[in-house]
Structure formats: C-alpha cells, structure tokens
Design a protein around this ligand. Structure first.
Ligand code: HEM
Ligand code: NAG
Ligand code: NAG
Ligand code: NAG
Ligand code: NAG
Length: 317
C-alpha cells in the first residue's frame, strides 16, 4: 500500500504535475522576448491613431479564433490553391485586421525570431486595443502555440438571430457561463453590423422589439446601398459607438439593440438581470469583461510543444 502510494506520488511529480503546469502565464515572454508585449502594443497604437475601428476588428477576430479549435490563430491561415481555410467560411467574411497582426509579427520576427505565437499576438493586440478605446486593462496570460489546422467546415459560430438559450449552447460547450456570454457580448459596445445581418429586423412593419425610430434609421442606412457601397453598416452601440463602456447595455434596455441577439439579451429572462446590472454599473462590467476575456483566451489553447510558432501568421511553417 505504501509502495503504491509512493509510486503514485512519483508518477504525479514526473508526469502529471508538469502537464498541469504546461499552461499559460502572465509574462511568458519576459525572458525569451522581453519586448514582445511592447512591440505588439506599439503596432496597435499606431493603427488606432488613424483607425479607431481596429478595436472592434480585433475583438471579433479573437472571438472567432477562440471559438473554432481554441485560440490557436487558425483564423489567420490563408487558403491555398488545394485547400480552403477558416477565412472562407461565411461568418469570417467580414473579420478584419489581418494586416495589423502581420505587421506586429514582422516586427517581432526581426527582434526575436520564432518566439512569439500568432495566437498570442491576437490576444495581446485585442487587449491593447480595448485599453485604447477606454476599456479595462487586464494582464493577459501568454504561451499559446499556433495550430496546424484551419478548416472552413469546422467554423460553427452562433448566428445573430438565435434565441439566447440556443446561442448559449456554443458558449457552454466552451466552458462559458451565461454571465460570461452576456459579458462578452458587451464587446458589441464597439463596431458595426452589415445590413445583411439586419434585414429581418426592418422588413414589413419592423421588428416590434426594436425602437421604431431605430427601425427607420436603419432602413435609411441600408436602403442607401449602391454600387460603391453594396452592404452598408450600422453601429452596434447607438450611444457611444467608439467608446468601450457599458452604454451598449443601456441601449438594449431602450429597445435600441441592433442585432437581434443583442436585443434578446435585454428581453430574455435568462439574461435580462445580468444586462440590467451591467447597465447600472460601469465598473462591474469593466471588471467582469476583463475576467471573461482572460477566460475566453484560455479556450482549448495549445501549450508546451503542441502546435508550432508560425513565422508567417498566414501560413503553416
Ligand atoms: C452569440 C454570440 C455572438 C453573435 C451571434 C455575434 C454576431 C455578430 C455579428 C452578426 C456581427 C456583425 C458582423 C458584420 O456585419 O461584419 C458582429 C460584430 C461584432 N462582434 Fe459579435 N457576435 C457574438 C459574440 C461576440 C463576442 C463574444 C465578441 C467579442 C468578445 C464579439 C465582438 C464583435 C465585435 C467587436 C463586432 C464588430 C466588428 C466590426 O466592427 O468589424 N461578438 N457580431
Ligand atoms: C486542408 O485540409 C486539411 C484536412 O483535410 C486540414 O487539416 C487543413 O488544415 C486544411 N487547411 C489548410 C489551409 O491547409
Ligand atoms: C453610396 O452609398 C454610400 C453609403 O451609403 C454613400 O456614402 C455614397 O455617397 C454613395 N455613392 C453613390 C455613388 O451614390
Ligand atoms: C459596482 O460594481 C463594483 C464592482 O463589482 C462594486 O464594487 C460596487 O459596489 C458596485 N456599485 C454599485 C452601486 O452597486
Ligand atoms: C478577410 C478575408 O480574408 N476574407 C476572405 C473571405 O473569403 C472570401 C472568399 O473566399 C475571400 O475572397 C476573402 O478574401
């Protein structure tokens, strides 16, 4: 019995403990590439100076990356002539910001080649952009490795017209709670939705759950589509469209949610109390958002010797 316990203990120390320790940690690059975080931050800042919409682009990119095969930069892979990547899947079509990730990667490769993963660049750049938009700062654990698979058939993201309970299935599958989902959807405090996602809300007499004044406004924007602007877009947060704050939650309580799913958050009994707490307490939302982003950034990550550190974020090594 004693012997057995000892064997188990040795087994634990030699095999299981190192496995358990092979996880993300804050400051992962402090020895291998001390300037990693500041290089990413500089690239984001430079872009933000001329394009405040980069925050929205990065938030959506990070979400789409983490919800398909985990946060492994599979979203960044370009299709090849023989084989298509995640980018061609419907929901990915309007993901933006790839060239910023390329720029940060190039700067990192010149200082510390093959050290910093593309998956970590997405996570860090997203965090930095949120701060620039007046959102919360959070220490972001790093050490992700880049995946070796990118397959459009695996892209199975929730659609914007699903009821709250159904959208939640995807989040629950990734270990997220309802509170996490409502918090993360608070990212819709920045960015836009294209009219293609809004047609169901403005046809006929308009969606009765939407403020008629907003129905009219969106009809105007989407009705002005033309050859040079075939699919116009509408700000997701009709209050403070570029500021990262809790205004989104106030707007949806005023029937001014742009996406159906956003409006449903305020109406559905599964989520409405969380919405009302965030609407009345900006600090609470900021704190919870920081936590939920760290949690999302941990979804099914590759660590240790799994995967690779890509040299070019768009192609496998
Ligand atoms: C049920 C879950 C979600 C659904 C159904 C959903 C759906 C959508 C849709 C349809 C758009 C419009 C895209 C376009 O027209 O280009 C959008 C935009 C956006 N989403 Fe979500 N989303 C969800 C969760 C999230 C999460 C968890 C985040 C980040 C943490 C996020 C961040 C964003 C941002 C920032 C935009 C604006 C993008 C831009 O301006 O380029 N979304 N979302
Ligand atoms: C190509 O297809 C295989 C599955 O057959 C997949 O593992 C791979 O990631 C795909 N994508 C790219 C861009 O190579
Ligand atoms: C097309 O629509 C966009 C956005 O609605 C508008 O800014 C632009 O002036 C229009 N262009 C033409 C040629 O009508
Ligand atoms: C708002 O949330 C913060 C952070 O959780 C909390 O400390 C504070 O007491 C809350 N304020 C109110 C008025 O409930
Ligand atoms: C941003 C991006 O890479 N979008 C791609 C999505 O898929 C279409 C169709 O294959 C491509 O043309 C886009 O370049």
């Amino acid at each position: 019995m004693m012997m057995r316990t000892k064997v188990m203990l040795v087994l634990y120390l030699m095999i299981l403990l190192p496995l358990a320790l092979a996880q993300l940690k804050v400051g992962f690059y402090s020895a291998s590439c001390p300037r990693a975080e500041s290089i990413v931050q500089a690239a984001v800042r430079k872009r933000f100076d001329t394009d405040k919409s980069i925050t929205a682009a990065l938030l959506r990119m990070h979400f789409h990356d983490c919800f398909v095969r985990g946060c492994d930069a599979s979203i960044l892979i370009d299709s090849t002539r023989q084989n298509q990547s995640e980018k061609v899947a419907g929901p990915n079509l309007t993901v933006r910001g790839y060239e910023l990730i390329d720029e940060a990667k190039k700067a990192l490769e010149s200082v510390c080649p093959s050290k910093v993963s593309c998956a970590d660049i997405i996570a860090l750049a997203t965090r930095d952009s949120v701060v620039l938009s007046s959102g919360p700062f959070y220490a972001i654990p790093t050490g992700r490795r880049d995946g070796r698979v990118s397959n459009p058939n695996e892209v199975n993201l929730p659609g914007p017209s699903l009821p709250v309970a159904q959208a939640f299935q995807s989040f629950r599958n990734k270990g997220m709670t309802m509170d996490d989902m409502v918090t993360l959807l608070g990212a819709h405090t920045v960015g836009v939705a294209h009219c293609v996602f809004l047609s169901g809300r403005i046809t006929g007499s308009g969606d009765p759950t939407m403020d008629p004044a907003l129905v009219a406004k969106i009809r105007g924007i989407c009705g002005a589509a033309n050859g040079s602007s075939p699919d116009p877009s509408v700000f997701l947060d009709q209050g403070t469209s570029f500021g990262f704050d809790n205004e989104f939650f106030r707007q949806i309580r005023l029937k001014r949610g742009v996406l159906k799913i956003d409006q449903e958050l305020a109406n559905d009994r599964l989520s409405r109390r969380i919405v009302s707490r965030f609407a009345s307490n900006a600090t609470l939302f900021a704190n919870r958002f920081a936590q939920a982003m760290v949690k999302m950034g941990n979804i099914e990550v590759l660590v240790g010797n799994a995967g690779e550190i890509r040299k070019n974020c768009r192609v496998f090594n």
